[in-house]
Design a binder for this molecule. Structure first.
Ligand SMILES: NC(=O)C1=CN([C@@H]2O[C@H](COP(=O)(O)OP(=O)(O)OC[C@H]3O[C@@H](n4cnc5c(N)ncnc54)[C@H](OP(=O)(O)O)[C@@H]3O)[C@@H](O)[C@H]2O)C=CC1
Ligand SMILES: O=C(O)C1=N[C@H](C(=O)O)C[C@H](O)C1
Length: 257
């Protein structure tokens, strides 16, 4: 008999929180231990009662989940990870837009519990992260432009995924800096990476990297067609992290195992 991973869900009434609860229900080896949101109004999601975030600490103590899955905002994720560290519960976050202090808080917690942070839980994006460095290395001197497109309620720009891809690109080529959007009269500077964030409608999430030079172009595109893809990856991560020791992990650790 496989052990059941009991999962606490934050941001439960948000776009991703709802998907996470549905993804947990799709699996035989996981269950929702509890769900919270900032100020729920007696809501339920898929029959699960959503409690106020102010009760998070006492819910951890009462339900003893093996992991928490968080898709909220950087400030609240930082508060949740501290409470998880105090309760010795593993923490998986897909939240993006962390500043350096918030990233340091996640690192601190990772000294006490397993913490997995991934800006994108789609397996296709992980594949893109794996190959983009080689593509850039193979095409030195080519112009690189990144375009990410998301729904009109997304707060952070560029997306967390874009930042992750940009780190890989920068680590594998000679670039002078990032140019965010463009206007005015100057031509493109050699060595800059163009970065463009589009926000429109309910687009789930698209990332495209264009490499152009030598009278040719290469376009590497990932398009998420459904948020369920991200949620399924996050639940895979929670099931995996429950057995890990304290430390910082990313989605590649889950996929590579
Ligand atoms: N890693 C990945 O694969 C993916 C990552 N994301 C990231 O996940 C995050 C959430 O995205 P999404 O679900 O679309 O956003 P939503 O705004 O739809 O949901 C966020 C939820 O978190 C709650 N929340 C926000 N701030 C707080 C707080 N301070 N305390 C308690 N609860 C809070 C919100 O509550 P309220 O309703 O009260 O505002 C809301 O229910 C974003 O950072 C996004 O970039 C998104 C998709 C995939
Ligand atoms: O906010 C979103 O919706 C998404 N956010 C993540 C990001 O910032 O990269 C992942 C995905 O693209 C959807």
């Amino acid at each position: 008999m496989t052990a059941t991973t009991r999962i606490g869900v934050t941001g439960a009434t948000g776009r991703m929180g709802r998907e996470v609860i549905a993804a947990v229900a799709d699996r035989d080896d996981c269950e929702v231990a509890f769900a919270v949101n900032r100020e729920p109004d007696g809501e339920t999601v898929d029959g699960i009662a959503v409690d106020p975030a102010s009760e998070f600490g006492s819910l951890l103590a009462a339900h003893e989940p093996q992991a928490v899955i968080d898709f909220t905002g950087p400030e609240s994720a930082t508060e949740y990870v501290r409470a998880c560290a105090d309760a010795k519960v593993a923490f998986v976050t897909g939240t993006t837009g962390f500043d350096d202090d918030q990233l340091a808080a996640l690192e601190d917690a990772a000294g006490e519990i397993p913490v997995l942070r991934a800006p994108n839980f789609a397996r296709g994006v992980q594949a893109l992260v794996n190959v983009i460095g080689d593509a850039v290395k193979s095409l030195p001197g080519y112009d690189v432009e990144l375009v990410e497109t998301h729904h009109n309620a997304k707060r952070d720009a560029p997306s967390g995924t874009a930042n992750r891809l940009l780190s890989e690109i920068e680590a594998n080529g000679e670039f002078s800096g990032r140019a965010h959007g463009r206007e005015g009269e100057a031509p493109r500077e050699a060595g800059e990476i163009g970065v463009h964030a589009l926000r429109a409608g309910d687009i789930t999430g698209e990332h495209e990297i264009l490499l152009a030079g030598n009278h040719e172009e290469v376009r590497l595109t990932h398009r998420a067609e459904d948020r369920g893809v991200f949620a399924a990856g996050a639940v895979d991560a929670a099931a995996w992290i429950a057995g890990q020791k304290a430390g910082s992990y990313d989605f590649a650790d889950v996929i590579d195992e």
